[in-house]
Design a protein around this ligand. Sequence first.
Ligand SMILES: [Zn+2]
Length: 185
Amino acid sequence: MVSLILPSQLSTKNSLVLLRRLCGTFIWHKKKSLRFSSYAWMAMLGKLKTADHLNLRGIEALPTCSFCSEGRDCHSHIFFSCDFSYIVITSLFPPLGAFLLRPNLMQTFQWFDDSVDYCCWEKNFCYFTICCTIYYLWHERNSRRFENVWKSPSQLFYIIRNAIIAKVKHWNRFDELKDRFSFLN
Ligand SMILES: [Zn+2]
């Protein structure tokens, strides 16, 4: 089991090496989507252009969350402290609703990694689903910010679900995944 770390705590070379190893396990996989993995990689490293980063560089950006208008537009809030994003991720994975505190990205990946309820290929599917969720949450955030187009959590849930099915229906164990994860049905 690997102890929980946050990107903001990564100040040493060893920590960066650890994060890159974990990201390799959780994000990069030959059967996954490069598009989803790329955004998940950026989010894990805290490199998406959130308002807190832009403001620090003197670039004007609305500092409040585009989902709830209460939290900050920063990585830890968007993934998954925000009510909106938490509803989306728990609608895909109801067991995540058992967290006492909202999990951050690394904690979400590690919860599945540490779980004894999922086998290896099921965990890979969970990692893929998290990456897909990151991509569509970020897309929805930008859509609200720059195009003033809003989707509800349930609309986003179905978009993510359909994108996942389009990809994993070609996986050998798709029928078994449908038995294991109800949102695929
Ligand atoms: Zn929010």
